[in-house]
Design a protein around this ligand. Sequence first.
Ligand SMILES: Nc1ncnc2c1ncn2[C@@H]1O[C@H](COP(=O)(O)OC(=O)CCCC[C@@H]2CCSS2)[C@@H](O)[C@H]1O
Length: 422
Amino acid sequence: MLLLLGKADLEPLTEGEQRKTRWMLAVCTPTAKNGGQYTHRAMMRFRIFMLIPFSMKSCFQLLCNHKVPAAGFKNTVKSGLILQSVSNDVYQNLAVEDWIHDHVNLEGKPVLFFWRNSPSLVIGRHQNPWQECNLTLMREGGVKLARRLSGGGTVYHDTGNINLTFFTTKTKYDRMENLKLIVRALNAVKPQLDVQATNRFDLLLDGQFKISGTASKIGRTAAYHHCTLLCSTNRTSLSSLLKSPYQGIKSNATTSIPATVKNLLEKDPTLTCEVLISAIASEYAAYHQIDNHINLINPTDETLFPGINRKAKELQTWEWIYGRTPKFSINTTFHVLYEQAYLEIKVFLDIKNGRIDICNIEAPDHWLPLEICDKLNSSLTGSKFCPIETTMITHMLLRTCPEDHELHSKWNILCEKIKGIM
Ligand SMILES: Nc1ncnc2c1ncn2[C@@H]1O[C@H](COP(=O)(O)OC(=O)CCCC[C@@H]2CCSS2)[C@@H](O)[C@H]1O
């Protein structure tokens, strides 16, 4: 047996592409022909049975289409990878998913990615955040909002929730197989644990408590199935943040399916996140016959993931998070106490791409003259359905009538009410 460090020529993937030479470390056995002679010429006839990457980075690069044309490795690199993010930033972690999906050749090389986030709500690609979340409470508590690329409902994340992403080729994509793997891992640690996968790909504990939710993205050749696993999440935050206080919303957006959730740690105090991750990694490694090693990755590392920081930035933009909301309307009424009497203010809004497309705020004429109301309606039309933008607009409008303190006070009351539904 020989440990061989050398340069290998890689076959071009596409016509016209240059041959590439890469450094590789390989464990080799002599074939019968060279009779164990480790001569320079004989090396050409060695059978490479194990590739040893010098580092996680080079191993990962072996899997990437854009870095190394995989054709030359197709018959030698027969393994997958287990990764875990060192970041708790939801946007960075979602960017890793997107990057792997777009750049890695997953043929015969499945990847499992573990990640955990600081408090965040993650909505599905076709969802309406105003319908799903308590945005006011989120802003007050510094809870992040993210829109993912996969469909489905809204879930709460914090570091007590483990996210798992199973990357495969489109043909190898199998959500039930992945969930069964998780169940096997849980039972390997706690044989008595009653966990079952449902036909909508949730995992239920004791037949009734949801501990995992699933979503997926299927591309042209690659696919991923990602799911959550509740270990020690703050259930009070989970349920309060997932209750929308906004009334009168009409839309065709995907709606979430609420469930009663439970943490695995509540069932058994030994089931910590670390225990769960290590059990699932072991089961995954055994199932795919790969090295049982969790490779820590930094999602901001441009040498490992070229272009990733731009992806993470895009996922944080208002245009992606709010602007991608399917068009919706709001029809609601505010009751305002003013000089010991209740006034009724009617609001009709049409919102397209997160911006107010039609704005119709109607206040009693004796309280707020029609032309003032019209001024507000036309100023808000076209603006983002967002409290910061509304504050800016109303401040600008108020500057047009600096002396009228009564108007300022009424206008402020009205604007606070409108911001309350944003
Ligand atoms: N973290 C977590 N895990 C499991 N169930 C949850 C969680 N947070 C909330 N819920 C419950 O699920 C419903 C929504 O269920 P629903 O079935 O509508 O949606 C889902 O399950 C989507 C799962 C997406 C998983 C992705 C994996 C990586 S990024 S997000 C919600 O109202 C709560 O009752």
